[in-house]
Each structure stands twice: as C-alpha cells, then as structure tokens.
Design a protein around this ligand. Structure first.
Ligand SMILES: [Zn+2]
Length: 252
C-alpha cells in the first residue's frame, strides 16, 4: 500500500520535474501557463497530463499538430516513480527520506538540464545549498559535515576550475558545477561529496575516452560535468557509506 502510494506520488512529481526541466533553462514560469504542446501551444486535456499513460495514449505525438513529444517525459516520470519506491525501500518511512527524495529529484532535474543545455540553473543549486544545510541541522549528516561539505565541495571544484582556466585559458568547469557540488555537500556531508567528485571524474573520463575511441568526440569535446556529478551523488548517497568505510579501512 505504501509502495503503491509512493509510486503514484513519484509519477506525479516526475510530471512536475518535466515542467522544471523544460521551463527553467528557458526562464519560463513553472506555474503559468498550464501544460501545453510546445509546438502548437494547444493546452493539454486532463488525460494527456496523466504520467506515462498520457504519452503512451498519444503514441508520442501531439493530437493536433502531430509534432513528436520527447520520450524523455515518460522516462523522467518512470525514473521518479522508481526513485520514490527505492527511497522508501532504502530509508523506510523515516524523516531522512524527505531530504533524500528532494535531493534525488534535484539531481534528476540538474542531470537532464545539464545534458541538454550545458547549464545548471541557480534556481536549483543556490536554494539547494540552503535547504540541504537546513535539513542537516536536524538530520544526517549533521550540520558540521554539511557545512564542511559546502566549503570543501564548492572550494575544491572552484580551485580546479581556476587552475584549469589559468593553465588552458578556457573555461573547463563553470560556476554552476561549483554551486552544484556545494549543494551536494550540504545534503550529503563532506566525505560523500569527495566521493561524488571521484565517482563523477571517473565516469566522465570513461565516457570521454569512449566517445573519443568511437570517433564521436575530439579531445576538446566538453562533456557536461553536472550530469556526472548528479549520477555520482546518487551513487554516493545510496552506497557511499560502505565505500568510504572500505577505503578508510586501509588507513587503520
Ligand atoms: Zn501540438
């Protein structure tokens, strides 16, 4: 029963995340106008707004103008549903479930926007730092690790971005990445933030090398680092404690 309720809630929130993913980079209001076809502007009827089923019923095309509707919409809804159910299975109905679900939703939105537009909106990262720290006053990781996470996460990436810019003369990392890692620090604490950075760099290198090897990208191809940070942060949030403990065991 709880699983079913959380799955439905996840699908509905996934629908809202789609609105964020589409509108935030375009600086459009999240509330107005109501959902409409982005091609012919026709407002959607209620059944077209039903997560996943609406897209399936339309077979991915607008009823009036026949424009293709991105399969990203039902995919984001399905992932959000899975995130909500997994969150419940991992954390149970405990207070920490709330910041963790909020965090996962933010990472999903940042992942999608950075992948498509190569930007990480301040509208998510800046409030994210504050909200993450506020939750950490009462919940894990606690305010000290959270504050250190903000300073170390933001600071390390800022230093790397500065060094890269001085050496190469081009911007390799944006301030968006810096604020995003500070936000990750606020929610997860400094240890899991450093782990996120390691995981993201590793995944980024693997994908980068893969793209170069397959001839689909040169050495200068700019991969959106925020997408890798999002994936790294989710892995760190779910599996980070055992990984950090395993790593620390070598130094005891
Ligand atoms: Zn249309």
């Amino acid at each position: 029963m709880v699983v079913f309720a959380l799955a439905v809630l996840g699908l509905l929130i996934g629908s809202f995340l789609n609105v964020c993913i589409y509108r935030l980079p375009r600086h459009e209001s999240l509330a107005f106008p109501a959902s409409h076809c982005t091609s012919c502007n026709r407002p959607l009827s209620w059944y077209e707004n039903v997560p996943i089923a609406g897209w399936l019923a339309l077979r991915g095309r607008c009823r009036t103008c026949q424009a293709a509707i991105s399969p990203m919409y039902p995919v984001v809804e399905a992932i959000t549903g899975i995130v909500f159910v997994s969150g419940y299975l991992i954390y149970g109905l405990t207070p920490v479930l709330i910041p963790r679900l909020l965090f996962a939703c933010a990472m999903l939105v940042l992942f999608a926007i950075d992948l498509r537009h190569h930007l990480l909106p301040n509208a998510i990262t800046v409030p994210g730092i504050l909200v993450g720290f506020a939750f950490s006053l009462f919940l894990p990781p606690g305010w000290r690790p959270s504050l250190l996470g903000i300073v170390i996460g933001g600071g390390v990436l800022f230093a790397i971005a500065e060094a890269y810019y001085r050496v190469r003369g081009v911007e390799g990392l944006g301030m968006g990445d810096v604020k995003m890692l500070a936000m990750i620090g606020a929610f997860l604490g400094w240890k899991l933030t450093l782990l996120t950075l390691v995981l993201a760099s590793f995944a980024g290198s693997l994908v980068g090398v893969g793209l170069i090897a397959s001839g689909r990208g040169g050495m200068k191809l700019a991969l959106p680092f925020g997408t890798f940070l999002a994936v790294g942060a989710i892995v760190a949030a779910v599996a980070g404690e055992p990984i950090v403990a395993w790593y620390a065991s070598f130094y005891q």
